[in-house]
Design a binder for this molecule. Structure first.
Ligand code: PAP
Length: 350
């Protein structure tokens, strides 16, 4: 697997403003133009953020990074991690909990997109108190060396959430269609989007199967983090969306332990784990006013409600034919062969 220094070379990340125009371009994958860099298709508008993250971001030992391929359960993981880390200051059953007042993505920022749209320069997260919880869709091999390095100075941790690629694809396709409709109605946001087009499931699937989607190929994204979680389980925790739906409390305990703030027996008996699971549940979050009418502050035309679809495993079957699903399954299985990794839905013993 490519470590980040292999991709960026000795001098670190290159000058993206100069490099971007020479990178392979994909404009059929809505809603953004994509450029291929380091083997992955990244939104073109993110590239300055990638450079800024490498140049300016100063990780701290107490940082936790929540990583994911888009539409794999990031919003849920953000809510759970935020509520868990901050439970002493903000008890999860409290009426005034930040997650009841603010959008999940405003409680936990995506770091590359925040850097990409920031006009401040420097480290935009320098003022955030520790412990910081930040999120990223970047592939492991494109994370800054200071985050991934194998040294005792780099104690920050990474939690990855993966999801069946068919559900991630369908969730992203539905999101894109809603986002384009919203952008058309409001004259867009501050990030330039491609003009709306019919964008059928067949088109989205075809691009996805060729790895041409935001941060694709999906299976390479997952595999990089999975391999690192096997190599350094103390550094990378690998979670699965489908398992979290099955056993949320058990996964929240695992998450807390990994983040260095395990629940005490007293907390467990007092129902704190269940209160966090309940606060962050699909039903609770979707019923909050802020998630019905609010929007991600000052960035994309992404109303909070767009981040909540059905919140289940297997929604792909409502939008993909068995033949379409079999095509993607075959490609993914082929790509994963020999790796030792399988998606839960392909593995009957899981
Ligand atoms: P992002 O990559 O844009 O941040 P992300 O949160 O990873 O999106 O994925 C959105 C999916 O997570 C949606 O799935 P669906 O379209 O198949 O329904 C969304 O419903 C689901 N999701 C969001 N919050 C929760 C939650 N609290 N519990 C379960 N699923 C959730």
């Amino acid at each position: 697997m490519a470590a980040s220094s292999d991709v960026h070379g000795e001098g670190g990340i290159p000058d993206m403003a100069k490099l971007a125009q020479s990178l392979p371009l994909e404009t059929r994958c809505l809603p953004f133009s994509l450029r291929q860099y380091g083997g992955f298709w990244l939104p073109e508008w993110i590239l300055p953020g990638l450079e800024a993250v490498h140049t300016h971001f100063e990780p701290r030992a107490s940082d936790v990074f929540l990583a994911s391929f888009p539409k794999s359960g990031t919003t849920w993981l953000k809510a759970l991690a935020f509520a868990t880390v901050n439970r002493a200051e903000h008890p999860p059953s409290g009426e005034d909990h930040p997650l009841r007042r603010r959008g999940v993505h405003d409680c936990v920022n995506f770091f590359e997109s925040t850097f990409a749209v920031s006009r401040e320069g420097g480290d935009v997260f320098a003022q955030l108190p520790s412990p910081r919880v930040l999120a990223t869709h970047l592939p492991y091999s494109l994370l800054p060396e200071r985050i991934v390095e194998d040294s005792s100075d780099s104690d920050c941790r990474i939690v990855y959430i993966c999801r069946d690629p068919k559900d991630a694809l369908v969730s992203g396709w539905l999101f894109t269609k809603k986002m384009l409709a919203a952008a058309a109605a409001t004259n867009g946001g501050i990030v330039e989007m491609l003009p709306p087009a019919p964008y059928t499931m067949e088109e989205a699937l075809d691009l996805f199967c060729h790895g041409r989607c935001v941060t694709g190929p999906h299976w390479h994204h997952v595999l990089e983090y999975w391999e690192e979680s096997r190599r350094r389980p103390e550094k990378v925790l690998f979670l699965r969306y489908e398992e979290m739906l099955r056993e949320p409390a058990c996964n929240v305990k695992k998450l807390a332990e990994f983040m260095g703030c395990p629940f005490t027996d007293e907390e467990e008996s007092a129902g704190v784990v269940d209160a966090i699971v309940d606060l962050c549940s699909f039903n609770q979050l979707t019923n909050l006013q802020v998630n019905k009418t609010g929007a991600m502050e000052g960035r994309l035309v992404a109303r909070n409600e767009l981040f909540f679809g059905k919140g289940v495993a297997g929604n792909w079957s409502n939008h993909m034919s068995p033949e379409m699903a079999a095509r993607l399954d075959r490609i993914v299985e082929g790509a994963l062969r020999g790796s030792g990794f399988t998606f839960a839905s392909f593995d009957n013993s899981a």
